[in-house]
Write a protein that binds this ligand. Structure first.
Ligand SMILES: O=c1[nH]cnc2c(O)c(F)c(-c3ccc(F)cc3)cc12
Ligand SMILES: [Mg+2]
Length: 215
C-alpha cells in the first residue's frame, strides 16, 4: 500500500536524525521538505527567526499548541522549554498524531509533551479538569485558520489566559486568518505585533502575529 507524506517524513527522521537530539530531528524534517516533499511545518525561517525567539523570551511553564501535524514545531518548542515545563499539543487527525508521537519520541522530548487527539473546540473547555492547567503562558495557533478566532474566544471564556499570556499565530498571511487578525488587532484586551516572513520552504509571503493578553 502507498505510504503517506507524514510517513515518508517520519522515515526521513529515522534515517537522518540522531535519536534524542531534537535539533537533528528539526534539521532532518527541513531537509526532507526542501529536497523531497513540501509539508506544512512552520519551517526553519519562521521557526528560528520568530517561533524560537518568542518561546525563549516568554520562557513559558505551560504551553498549548493547536495543530501538531507531524510534531515539527512541537519538537522546536519542547527543546526550548525550561525544566518541568509542559507542552500540550492538539491534533484532530489520528494518522498525523500517530506520526507526531514517533517524531516527538525520537527527538527525546516526550516527557515534556502531552499529545491529545481530538478537536480543539472539544478539548479547550476540558483543559483545566483533564490536565490540571490553570492558564497558558504561550499558545501557538497552527491548526485550521477558520478555528483561530473561535478558539481564542473559547480560551478567553474558559479563563485559560492571564495578563501576559502570549498568542502566536502562524499563517496569518498565507493561507490567512482575516477574521482573527481583525479581532485581535482591534481588541483593547490584546497588544499585537506582526512578524513578516515567508511561507515555509518557499518565497511566498507569510508571517506570524504575536498578541499579548492584557487581562
Ligand atoms: O492548514 C494548515 N495548518 C497549519 N499550518 C499550515 C501552514 O503552515 C501552511 F503553509 C498551509 C498551506 C497549505 C497550502 C498552501 F498552498 C499554502 C499554505 C496550511 C496550514
Ligand atoms: Mg502553519
Amino acid at each position: 500500500t502507498q505510504s503517506t507524506r507524514p510517513q515518508r517524513l517520519l522515515a526521513a527522521v529515522h534515517k537522518k536524525a540522531t535519536r534524542g537530539n531534537p535539533r537533528s530531528v528539526v534539521k532532518a524534517i527541513d531537509e526532507f521538505c526542501n529536497q523531497n516533499e513540501w509539508a506544512m511545518n512552520v519551517g526553519n525561517e519562521k521557526g528560528s527567526e520568530i517561533l524560537d525567539s518568542v518561546v525563549s523570551e516568554t520562557n513559558p511553564g505551560c504551553v498549548l499548541e493547536l495543530g501538531t501535524y507531524c510534531g515539527y514545531s512541537t519538537v522546536r518548542i519542547a527543546s526550548l522549554l525550561p525544566p518541568h515545563a509542559q507542552l500540550i499539543t492538539l491534533e484532530f487527525n489520528p494518522d498525523n498524531a500517530a506520526v507526531a508521537r514517533q517524531v516527538i519520541a525520537w527527538a527525546g522530548v516526550a516527557e515534556k509533551v502531552r499529545l491529545v487527539e481530538g478537536e480543539s473546540g472539544e478539548w479547550i473547555p476540558k483543559m483545566k479538569e483533564q490536565f490540571g492547567v490553570k492558564t497558558f503562558d504561550l499558545v501557538f495557533l497552527d491548526h485550521w485558520k477558520n478555528r483561530y478566532l473561535l478558539d481564542t474566544k473559547l480560551m478567553e471564556e474558559c479563563g485559560l489566559l492571564k495578563k501576559g499570556s502570549v498568542l502566536l499565530a502562524d499563517n496569518v498571511v498565507c493561507p490567512g486568518a482575516p477574521d482573527y487578525l481583525e479581532y485581535i488587532r482591534n481588541s483593547p484586551q490584546y497588544k499585537s505585533q506582526f512578524f513578516k516572513s515567508h511561507l515555509e520552504y518557499t518565497k511566498a509571503e507569510d508571517g506570524l502575529e504575536k498578541s499579548v493578553f492584557l487581562g
